[in-house]
Design a protein around this ligand. Structure first.
Ligand SMILES: C[S@@+](CC[C@H](N)C(=O)[O-])C[C@H]1O[C@@H](n2cnc3c(N)ncnc32)[C@H](O)[C@@H]1O
Length: 153
């Protein structure tokens, strides 16, 4: 496998030491997009927020900083990314403000109409069934809830 396709594979499902390094790099490289996207939100969620494909965990961290009253859930199909997100958000996890799960966007382990905001940053193009996956996210959103899809290109 070429370096390029190995890198793409790791971005879609980061595993092992190399995956953790990719997750840490994404935390840094995605900061401008993350800040731009979150600064354009016109809501102030106070209940439940979901970060889908939470990767290295900096979006979860930032969401907790911006919306301290909300409960933030992060989900990723890579157990190594969930572990990294847990390390990055250790205190908030301990305090019960952040909850992290291994799982897929295709079958979210959350009830209907639960989240005010779902964030999907640089992850949608890896989802296996984009149409039904978005319907699945929609199922978990409160009426009027927002799905914020962020990608640089
Ligand atoms: C390019 S990374 C982006 C990580 C993070 N959102 C960020 O912007 O830094 C894509 C992430 O989406 C996750 N992912 C890809 N497909 C997924 C799926 N079907 N369900 C849950 N997570 C998924 C990957 O494991 C990876 O952590």
């Amino acid at each position: 496998m070429s370096d390029r396709s190995e890198h793409r594979k790791q971005c879609g499902n980061p595993v092992g030491e190399a995956g953790v390094e990719v997750g840490k790099r994404m935390n840094v490289h995605h900061e401008p997009l993350r800040e731009w996207g979150l600064s354009n939100l016109e809501i102030n969620p106070e209940l439940n927020i979901l970060d889908i494909g939470c990767g290295g965990g900096h979006a979860v961290k930032r969401l907790h900083e911006l919306y301290p009253a909300a409960k933030i859930s992060g989900i990723d199909h890579s157990p190594d990314m969930v572990e990294l997100t847990r390390e990055v958000n250790a205190q908030a996890v301990e305090e019960g403000a952040v909850d992290l799960l291994v799982g897929s966007v295709s079958k979210l382990p959350f009830p209907d109409e639960y989240f005010e905001l779902a964030v999907a940053m640089e992850t949608v193009y890896f989802w296996p069934e984009i149409a039904s996956d978005i319907i699945e996210v929609h199922r978990t959103l409160l009426p009027g809830g927002i799905l914020l899809i962020l990608q640089a290109s």
